[in-house]
Ligand binder design. Structure first.
Ligand code: X6L
Ligand code: MG
Ligand code: MG
Length: 169
């Protein structure tokens, strides 16, 4: 990997099947992707579902270095979801694996199907808690200062440490 690789953060989530095995498999597949190196992974958190009622999730965040474009990194992530058997039933329903592109360097992108920073990351403790472990100053969607993050008294109950960091393959 060259020194012009970009540092990106990818959010991982699973709430179907062997959730921890699914997160590990996704990290392994990311690391095997041409042009992508996984550099660090956060601790794994068990998190209460946000949105529709469904089983609890395991969430984590991976730091990668990549020479892929944002579009190609997104496509690689979606391909891993498909190859791991993700089936899209109802919107926001349970899933074997979810990979969300959170940050791509400090680039801001707003294209069809590709919005970075992830447009709702600032309001989701299940993203922010693991992300802040790796990067204390993440790029958030415009106009959302760190002081508005949902990390108050209710966050700890909803985002609980579950397992140590997934080992970088
Ligand atoms: C009103 C309507 C309020 C919808 C919130 C929030 C919808 C989050 C979708 C919402 C709303 C989402 C995960 C999750 C989902 C996850 C945890 C989503 C997509 N993914 N909950 N809920 N972890 N804990 O990865 O983020 S569905
Ligand atoms: Mg998601
Ligand atoms: Mg997603």
């Amino acid at each position: 990997m060259t020194e012009d690789a970009v540092r990106a953060f990818i959010g991982l989530g699973s709430n179907l099947g062997d959730r921890l095995a699914n997160l590990k498999e996704a990290v392994l597949r990311l690391s095997k992707t041409d042009g992508v190196s996984v550099t660090r992974v956060s601790r794994v958190y068990e998190t209460s579902p946000v949105g529709p009622p469904q089983p609890d999730f395991l969430n984590a965040v991976a730091e990668v270095r990549t020479v892929l474009s944002p579009r190609d990194l997104l496509a690689a992530s979606l391909r891993i979801e498909e190859e791991m058997g993700r089936v899209r039933h109802e919107r926001w329903g349970p899933r074997v694996i979810d990979l969300d592109l959170l940050n791509y360097g400090r680039m801001e992108i707003d294209e069809r199907g590709l919005t970075v920073p992830h447009p709702r990351m600032h309001e989701r403790a299940f993203v922010l808690v693991p992300l802040l472990e790796l990067e204390p100053d993440p790029l958030l969607p415009a106009d959302h200062p760190v002081t508005s993050l949902p990390l108050g008294p209710s966050a700890p109950a909803a985002v609980r440490p579950f397992a140590p960091p997934i080992e970088v393959p």
